[in-house]
Design a protein around this ligand. Structure first.
Ligand code: ADP
Length: 210
């Protein structure tokens, strides 16, 4: 691979995207690629500070507009400080969530207008989209069962409830329909190993490692 590339993993909380992002990073590393694994919101000192504000359950008063702008601020810094330089250096950058999370959560979930989100996102990213995106798709019940098995304390967004997450899941699926060349939907109800295999072979099929 002459030039680096930018791969993102998306899906509702508990779908297994962090597990798959990690396995994909390991597999790319084992195949000899330089890998940078990162996450949104976060990935740099400034963006991690913004993350802690965003996920703090104490901030239940946070409005949708404030939430959106904080996500975009974190993304703008993360992209310029970490992602773009790594891609330019030839790395495979693997990010747990990116712009599709904004469209799914703030657009389909919170009800902010999609066109506005797309134009504000384009400002934050300078129009730099991921090269390839995997949506790990599971029913909301499956995601909730996995999260409760983890006995993880819910963060501010995870506390949104079942209807909220149904809208987000549907939102992700409609984003995939609108960008079939970039977004691959993977059935997240299979075993971790089967999904990892599908992710890797789909990346190859897309001519990704050609
Ligand atoms: P996310 O990053 O999407 O919130 P995680 O990757 O952290 O999800 O996974 C949530 C939980 O579900 C973890 O306990 C993980 O071990 C488990 N998990 C992930 N993928 C699967 C799978 N395919 N089958 C069963 N459990 C899974």
């Amino acid at each position: 691979m002459k030039k680096g590339c930018f791969v993102t993993f998306e899906g509702i909380d508990g779908c297994g995207k962090s597990t798959q992002a990690k396995l994909f990073a390991e597999r790319c590393g084992a195949a000899g690629y330089q890998v940078v694994a990162t996450r949104e919101p976060g990935g740099t000192a400034i963006a991690e500070k913004i993350r802690s504000l965003l996920i703090d359950p104490a901030h239940s008063e946070m409005g949708s507009e404030c939430e959106l702008l904080l996500y975009l601020a974190a993304r703008a810094q993360h992209l310029r400080e970490k992602i773009e330089p790594a891609v330019a250096d030839g790395a495979v950058v693997i990010c747990d969530r990116f712009q599709d999370a904004t469209f799914a959560y703030q657009g389909f979930g919170r009800g902010l207008p999609l066109e506005l989100l797309q134009s504000l996102n384009a400002f934050a990213t300078g129009g730099n989209n991921p090269d390839l995106t995997f949506i790990i798709d599971v029913p909301v019940e499956t995601a909730f069962a996995r999260m409760s098995a983890m006995k993880k304390k819910q963060d501010r967004l995870e506390a949104g409830g079942e209807t909220f997450f149904r809208r987000i899941r549907e939102g992700y699926l409609s984003l995939a329909m609108a960008s079939p060349d970039r977004i691959q939907v993977i059935d997240g109800t299979a075993s971790v190993e089967v999904i990892a295999e599908q992710v890797y072979s789909q990346a190859n099929k897309c001519g990704f490692f050609a």
